[in-house]
Design a protein around this ligand. Structure first.
Ligand code: HEC
Length: 188
């Protein structure tokens, strides 16, 4: 009889094609997505307690920290990306992500519910199989305070944004548009 270790090794060495993309995507979803409602709830609280300018650290520090924690727990590469970044250093998409984001915009414009838009694919990166997963981050009411049309933004917030983000491109959004995405590279 095979030992459990031998069986585990056998399962691990199955070619990726035999693994189920739907299963891998659903595991990835349930591991990573809980970060999103956490950030949004904290954001709503911070905006109502401290105003938009005071809530900047939620999107600037807390969201990246929660994502960093997930990276440490899983060993997967997890980031936020956007076609119109506020922080280009952290949020610039690669070619695969940029193509998916453009597709997300088309899907949202065609009437697909923005909160359900996602993409996943098994690709080869440096000769190794990787699951790429991306989940759209739609613009909800609370996002508009910092990502809505410039004319409507709080004066104090505008001052802080121009000080910290001189190349800010992340304004002018409307509710229901896609602000960006949470993106995952999971080695298989
Ligand atoms: C209180 C102001 C504020 C609110 C409200 C806010 N954001 Fe942000 N957002 C920022 C700041 C500041 C950054 C830049 C973060 C950094 O330095 O990495 C940012 C960055 C991002 C990024 C990373 C990509 C980029 O542009 O650099 C995404 C995605 C994002 N926000 C989505 C959202 C969504 C979705 C909402 C609503 C649920 C939202 N934000 C609400 C201030 C805000």
């Amino acid at each position: 009889m095979r030992s459990p270790l031998a069986i585990a090794l056998l399962v691990c060495s199955l070619p990726v094609g035999a693994q189920d993309l739907a299963t891998l995507s659903s595991e990835t979803r349930s591991t990573v997505l809980p970060v999103i409602p956490k950030v949004i709830a904290t954001m709503q609280e911070a905006v109502s307690n401290e105003g938009v300018a005071g809530a900047i650290p939620v999107c600037k520090d807390l969201a990246p920290q929660l994502i960093a924690k997930k990276r440490a727990e899983t060993g997967w590469d997890i980031r936020r990306v956007s076609l119109k970044t506020r922080n280009a250093e952290r949020g610039t998409p690669d070619a695969w992500e940029a193509a998916r984001l453009a597709d997300f915009d088309r899907r949202a414009a065609a009437g697909e519910k923005p909160e359900t838009i996602e993409a996943s694919e098994i690709v080869s990166l440096n000769g190794r199989p990787v699951l790429r997963y991306m989940k759209a981050l739609p613009v909800s009411e609370v996002c508009l305070g910092c990502h809505g049309p410039v004319d409507g933004l709080d004066a104090d917030l505008r001052r802080k944004l121009s000080e910290h983000y001189p190349d800010d491109r992340a304004t002018g959004y409307a509710k229901g548009q896609i602000r960006g995405a949470l993106t995952v590279k999971r080695p298989l």
